[in-house]
Write a protein that binds this ligand. Structure first.
Ligand code: G16
Length: 542
């Protein structure tokens, strides 16, 4: 039986950079989850009888929200729900399933790299039929609807058994529990030369993949160990856990420190990698070398032709504005278009759909291509492995060669997490006002050349996105970008992106912290970070 339940709006259901992310306890408030899901359904048109893809990263609350969403999808008129076994689907796998089965869209339950558990984070994101995150016009409409909502629809039905493959009828709708790994693994086999990677591994090449007790464990076991022949134990922390074993499933120096220690220690493997909560981010390490996400994007773009899927070259490269210009150097050298978008994978969707870009990437550990419409952690790992299998050089040698060819963009991101929101807003507001007077000013020996606030006009649909980060450029090509994160769940996070380009004839093997030292001091001097936040140092450097 379909019930229509009266409800009242919550004021805080505005999706951020990537869907609605809040503390679990907020999602557990009566009607909170239902309101948001109904707000999504209310702004969509034409899904009667259509398919909805549903899955998440397995974090705390995943199963409960899946059951609620199934009952609401049935009440709202969907014809079919495809849900991953155990409620699991990595974000890139969900994107692929949406595309492959021509679903109307999908709901992905994840708070990405944020921690999980009863006192930690949860999230819901809607993806459209191209498999990508809903664009701003849809997320804005969802938010507007959430402020007006007065009822939701739900059927009375028992829970679907999520641990058994096959079909179940829920009112007039069919729920099919699918293997979350099979379709994705098949896609990876289509894109890459698995024989070459198998031969590399069989020849003694050693790798270590940290799944961080998050969603990529089952995918990595299947692809790296079973299909590519890496020995058991290659994948560590491979069992998805609702609280990620108490860690942040965030593949960076802080939260993947064990992998860093392994890769920088004695007898390190040749290659190390990790992915995040929902499997869309990646961390790439060689023996005693960390490849920054911006450099990884550039190196992948420069070498992608070595993998079968990209053998005919790229149509273009896209990167988010705060991502370093390393990819620009490659695009320039290869004569490819380079697109600069705001932070948020959703902005790449139109470029990929229009065939204007093949590879996209972000400084926030995201890289992907037109094979799906999400960033894809294991895809990046496999493209690296394919390149290594063809070039038969170390990661360090490939990067040294890359910098010698294109120059090096020294790069770091300093995050100040858990700030008082008002203080962070004031910092940004003051800097915004001060910016017009900054050109010509010298800070820490660096002369400001220009200062502006980034806005993006989508070349495909013309939509305009304002307020996408404050940019300071310095004479000589260095850059600092300031923006507030749109994915945090407590207080505000200030992100300061620092970058300095060194030409091919310059010093290419300096220590990054030293190379950026003057910029760090300039950032504080110009934006008053310590003055506004009381913090003498960032919480995390990536
Ligand atoms: C999401 C978005 C990315 C973005 C990242 C950080 O990734 O999809 O495009 O770069 O958040 O955003 P912010 O700087 O606003 O916190 P994920 O992996 O968290 O879904």
């Amino acid at each position: 039986m379909t019930l229509t339940i009266a409800t009242t709006p919550f004021a805080d259901q505005k999706p951020g950079t990537s869907g609605l992310r809040k503390k679990v306890r907020i999602f557990q408030q009566p009607n909170y989850t239902e309101n948001f899901v109904q707000s999504v359904f209310d702004v969509l048109d034409g899904f009667a009888g259509q398919t909805l893809v549903l899955g998440g990263d397995g974090r705390y609350l995943n199963r409960e929200v899946i059951q609620i969403t199934i009952r609401m999808a049935a009440a709202n008129g969907f014809g079919r729900v495809l849900v991953g076994l155990g409620g699991i689907l990595s974000t890139p796998a969900a994107s692929h399933v949406i595309r492959k089965y021509q679903a109307f869209g999908g709901l992905i339950l994840s708070a990405s790299h944020n921690p999980g558990g009863p006192d930690e984070d949860f999230g819901i994101k809607y993806n459209i039929a191209n498999g990508g995150p809903a664009p701003e016009k849809i997320t804005d409409a969802i938010y507007a609807r959430s402020t007006q909502i007065d009822r939701y629809h739900i059927v009375e039905a028992p829970d679907v058994d999520l641990d058994r493959l096959g079909e179940t009828q829920v009112a007039d709708m069919v729920v099919e529990v699918i293997d979350p790994v099979a379709d994705y693994a098949e896609l990876m086999e289509d894109l890459f030369d698995f024989d070459a990677i198998r031969a590399l591994i069989a020849g003694g090449f050693r790798l270590s993949f940290d799944a961080m007790h998050a969603v990529t464990g089952p995918y990595a076991h299947e692809i790296l160990e079973r299909r590519l022949g890496a020995p058991g134990g290659t994948v560590v922390n491979g069992a998805p856990l609702p609280d990620f074993g108490g860690h942040h499933p965030d593949p960076n120096m802080v939260h993947a420190h064990e992998l860093f220690a392994r890769m920088f220690g004695a007898d390190a493997p040749d290659f190390g990698a990790a992915s995040d909560g929902d499997g869309d981010r990646n961390l790439i390490l060689g023996r005693a070398i960390f490849v920054t996400p911006s450099d990884s994007l550039a190196a992948l773009a420069a070498n992608a032709h070595l993998a079968p899927a990209y053998a005919r070259g790229l149509k273009g490269i896209a990167r988010s504005m705060p991502t370093s210009g390393a990819a620009d150097q490659v695009a320039h050298a290869l004569g490819l278009p380079l697109h600069e978008t705001p932070t948020g994978w959703k902005f790449f969707g139109n470029l990929l759909d229009a065939g204007m870009a093949t590879i996209c990437g972000e400084e926030s550990a995201g890289t992907g291509s037109d094979h799906v419409r999400e960033k894809d952690g294991l895809w990046a790992v496999l493209l690296w492995l394919n390149i290594l299998a063809v070039r038969r050089e170390s990661v360090a040698a490939i990067m040294a060669d890359h910098w010698a060819r294109f120059g090096r963009n020294y790069y770091a991101r300093h995050d100040y997490e858990g700030l008082d929101s008002a203080a962070a807003e004031t910092l940004m507001a003051e800097l915004r006002v001060a910016m017009s007077a900054l050109p010509g000013r010298v800070a820490s020996g660096l002369a400001v050349e220009s200062a502006d606030e980034f806005e993006y006009s989508d070349p495909v649909d013309g939509s305009l996105s304002r307020g996408q980060g404050l940019r300071l450029r310095f004479e000589g090509g260095a850059r600092i970008v300031f923006r507030l994160s749109g994915t945090g769940t407590s207080g505000a996070t200030l992100r300061v992106y620092l970058e300095r380009y060194e030409r091919t004839d310059g010093i290419l093997d300096a220590d990054t912290a030293e190379a950026l030292g003057a910029l760090v001091a300039a950032a504080d001097e110009l934006a008053g970070i310590t003055r506004h936040t009381g913090r003498a140092a960032p919480t995390v450097i990536t």
